[in-house]
Design a protein around this ligand. Structure first.
Ligand code: ADP
Ligand code: MG
Length: 465
């Protein structure tokens, strides 16, 4: 009988749907008119129950009229392994079986009994793996990040949404991901029953695309329903990707309406995000926008000290000061440099001095020295157009100074890691929208006005050495 039901099913649904959802069904027990079928995960059970159960029952009744009800239960497979963030794994993404196939995470500790209707399995499947080193304890606080740090702590310590959303933004390698993972750990420690989901925007998009391909966007949506705290890292990645973006904002709005806490990070402020609607931009800044500024020398030194303490390696103070002084752009590079110095010392078996540190890091240091500053851009541009450098900050709007100023803003945008507001501040405290306008204008002129195009290329070459 079962074989015939399977055959019929196979003929009725697409090959993909069959292999995904129906082929894994196994026959359970039958008692007093109630037949049970089993699937390996809750997520699959929920999906099949909501989509195919009527059809299944009808087909069974054709074979065996005594079957009155049909129930699908979860029977986990025997092999249990923990997967990485599934959507990030190309081998799984490319295989004909979708990501919801049984890569089963071990059950999480729970204090309360799980509500039977919530799609738990899907939530477990989605769980990323926050880095164990990224905790609040491991985060060194200084002027540039104290605001973001305090906001993150507050969110982690509140049982109901405080600022919704908390929007963290700042340049590359300044600690956004670290803070998000820290929130995750802190909540999980205090309230293990709360469902805190961290994922990168990229994972979100990949999963959504997979869901579209497998034609199961409804279940995709459902995956987020049971979440108490949703954290999406690097949301700038979603902007401009129309369908994913729409889906993301839909999820976002739904969760905010349900008073679920949302934490987002981005390398840009909400106002600077390209390709999203104004309405959404304002919703994103509706909670608390906390930016992480460029590090100060003191913070960098503090971070080095804290890393050294943890690693128990010995590096002379002078070398640490040298690193903090030279590698200013981002903490990730600073850590990388320190690790190299430590590795070198361990391998050659003697303590590093300033000279060996310089040798070991010669390539990193050269790159750091070559980094272009806004001041340098302003200087080169004003020399090129033969105007006073003070015109870069002046309010004058005549074409002869306004155009070079726009060129300088454009170059600052493409050659440095500064955000639009940061650039605006260095041009006589102009608004970020002025900078954005300048960047667009020059992009346009590069195409329509050959002379500007040449100027820009020449200046770029000069600045890049
Ligand atoms: P982002 O997500 O902003 O690009 P990350 O959070 O990935 O940056 O940080 C890059 C690296 O720098 C990580 O290893 C992180 O632990 C470290 N880091 C950044 N800021 C701090 C800080 N204030 N204290 C300690 N480590 C930090
Ligand atoms: Mg990050």
């Amino acid at each position: 009988q079962w074989a015939r039901v399977q055959e019929r099913l196979q003929a009725e649904v697409s090959e993909k749907a069959y292999s995904t959802w129906l082929a894994p069904l196994t026959l359970g027990d039958y008692r007093e008119g109630r037949l049970r079928l089993a699937l390996p995960t809750r997520f699959m059970r929920d999906w099949v129950s909501s989509h195919y159960v009527d059809r299944l029952r009808a087909l069974w009744q054709r074979e065996n009229p005594s079957v009155r009800t049909l129930e699908i239960v979860v029977q986990p497979p025997i092999v249990v392994r923990r997967g990485p963030e599934i959507a990030d794994s190309p081998s799984i993404a490319a295989s004909p079986r979708p990501a919801v196939q049984p890569v089963v995470a071990p059950p999480m500790p729970r204090t309360g009994p799980p509500a039977s209707r919530t799609p738990e399995r899907s939530y477990d499947d989605l769980l990323g793996q926050p880095d164990a080193r990224f905790t609040f304890d491991g985060f060194v606080v200084g002027k540039s990040n104290e605001f973001a740090y305090a906001a993150a702590r507050r969110v982690a310590e509140s049982e109901t949404p405080t600022f919704n959303p908390l929007f963290l933004y700042g340049g590359v390698g300044l600690g956004k991901t670290h803070l998000m993972h820290a929130i995750w750990h802190a909540i999980r420690e205090r309230e293990p029953q709360r469902r805190v989901l961290y994922l990168s925007a990229e994972t979100f998009v990949n999963r959504f695309i997979q869901a579209l391909r497998a034609k199961n966007t409804i279940s995709f949506k459902e995956q987020f329903r049971g979440v108490d705290v949703l954290m999406v890292d690097d949301v700038q990645f979603i902007c401009g990707k129309d369908t994913s973006q729409e889906e993301f904002f839909h999820t976002f709005n739904a969760l905010v309406d349900q008073h679920k806490q949302i934490v987002l990070s981005s390398d840009k402020a909400p106002q600077e995000l390209d390709g999203i609607e104004d309405r959404m931009r304002s919703r994103l800044s509706h909670g608390l926008v906390a930016d992480i500024h460029a590090t100060t020398y003191e913070l960098r030194l503090g971070i080095l000290h804290s890393k050294i303490e943890r690693s128990k390696a010995k590096v002379p103070e002078r070398v640490l000061e040298f690193l903090a002084h030279k590698i200013a752009s981002n903490v990730r590079e600073l850590e990388g440099a320190l690790n190299r110095v430590i590795a070198h010392a361990t391998l050659v078996g003697r303590e590093t001095n300033l000279e060996t540190a310089q040798e070991v890091l010669h390539d990193v240091l050269r790159a750091a020295d070559r980094r272009i500053s806004i001041e340098e851009i302003q200087l080169r541009v004003s020399q090129h157009y033969n105007i006073k450098i003070s015109e870069m900050h002046s309010p004058r709007r005549s074409r002869s100074v306004a155009r070079p100023r726009q060129v300088a803003m454009y170059l600052a945008k493409i050659l440095t890691q500064c955000s639009l507001p940061q650039i605006g501040r260095k041009f006589g405290n102009r608004d970020h929208t002025t900078v954005m306008h300048a960047v667009r204008k020059i992009e346009e002129l590069k195409v329509t006005d050959g002379a500007i195009g040449e100027d820009v290329e020449l200046l770029k070459k000069l600045l890049q050495g």
